[in-house]
Design a protein around this ligand. Structure first.
Ligand code: G4F
Length: 334
């Protein structure tokens, strides 16, 4: 049987790397669209997929450039397209709203438009976000909850959601949005609060740092594991009918609770090390997110297995072991 072809944007990121492994295991031919700079410096910029490079097909280009997108879609003619690439750091979207909106909105429009022109049977997944709910009027949030984005990033994701729905309704394409709540792992970028906490807690334990400075400790998020979430992206594209869906654990915890747990895993009291600085607060904050994933539970059989406590433990221990190894190499012990 002919191998199915998947094209992934954002393949070098946390979700992209797990999804690539998952699809390769399923026998897919996997293609990725990456920036030229990543191909020039694979050890650093492609560290999450470095171990997979000989099993992948990478194409250089920019998602925000229609010609790049058109060319790669024409070359690959994918069966499934996972559009994960974005400027995904909410705080940065306040600093540079123009780039965020440009990359995120045109990236999605370019992908949908190229697919419509070249291979409209391809199934399309758009990485939506719980940030679209923003200052939500009700909790928990589900597919019927009105959007109230609180950042340029959130606004760009609402636009991507609407574009995806419009291509589905106007052209009959199988195009869906996964409204994923926060999902983390040891592969998470260091700028996000969870990884910032786990990497600093590990550094403090090893004597490599003294303090950790954060912003709003009261913000609450519904945190799940990336590896479980990418499986739901795949499952959404295997349904008979296209449908947008919330993926979440249904539990919410504060940044403070995350700190408490992460530090205590390493035998530390977080209050001795964590400071607050206003500069890490956002001009407009999303205070509380918690998802109602009953639709995914019913249609995909979704049930999170990795709980909050296990997620925090996995992340903090991974950072501790990584830094310990780096230290030993530096000191010539191994
Ligand atoms: O980890 P965060 O930066 O993630 P945020 O803003 O919730 O967004 C993430 O999840 C979304 C899904 O809902 C994705 F769409 C998005 O791409 C991204 O992956 O911040 C979480 C919370 C915020 O309320 C923030 O204000 O932590 C608070 N926080 C407090 N101190 C901090 C810090 N966040 C960061 N990054 N750094 C801090 O020092």
């Amino acid at each position: 049987m002919k191998k199915k072809k998947a094209l992934i944007t954002g393949i070098t990121g946390q979700d992209g790397s797990y999804l690539t492994e998952y699809l390769l295991d399923k026998g897919y031919e996997v293609h990725g669209l990456v920036r030229r700079a990543a191909i020039e410096d694979p050890a650093h910029r492609m560290s999450r997929i470095y171990h997979l490079l000989d099993r992948l097909n990478l194409h250089s280009g920019l998602i925000e450039n229609y010609a790049s997108m058109y060319n790669v879609v024409a070359r690959v003619k994918p069966d499934e397209f996972y559009h994960l690439a974005a400027q995904s750091f909410v705080a940065e979207s306040f600093e540079d709203a123009f780039s965020t909106l440009h990359i995120n909105i045109f990236g999605t429009l370019n992908a949908l438009s190229a697919l419509k022109e070249l291979t409209s049977d391809c199934r399309f997944y758009f990485a939506g976000s719980s940030e679209m709910f923003g200052k939500a009027k009700k909790s928990p949030q589900n597919e019927k909850t009105p959007f109230y984005p609180r950042s340029p990033y959130g606004i760009s994701k609402v636009a991507g959601f609407d574009l995806t729905r419009n291509y589905r309704e106007a052209y009959g394409m199988f195009a869906v949005t996964g409204i994923l709540f926060n999902h983390e792992s040891p592969r998470r970028g260091f700028e996000f609060v969870t990884r910032k906490i786990t990497s600093h807690a590990a550094k403090i334990k090893l004597g490599l740092a003294k303090t950790l400075t954060l912003g709003n400790l009261d913000a609450r998020r519904d945190w799940g594991h990336s590896y479980e979430y990418i499986q739901q992206m795949y499952a959404m594209l295997q349904l008979e009918e296209p449908e947008d869906m919330v993926i979440a654990t249904g539990e919410t915890h504060s940044v403070r609770e995350f700190c408490e747990l992460a530090f205590s895993e390493l035998g530390l009291n977080w209050e001795d090390y964590v400071h607050v600085d206003e500069k890490f607060r956002r001009p407009s904050e999303v205070e509380l997110l918690v998802g109602d994933a009953s639709c995914a539970r019913e249609k995909l059989g979704w049930k999170p297995k990795i709980r909050f406590k296990d997620l925090v433990r996995e992340m903090v221990l991974a950072d501790y072991e990584r830094l310990k190894k780096e230290l030993s190499i530096e000191r010539g012990i191994i």
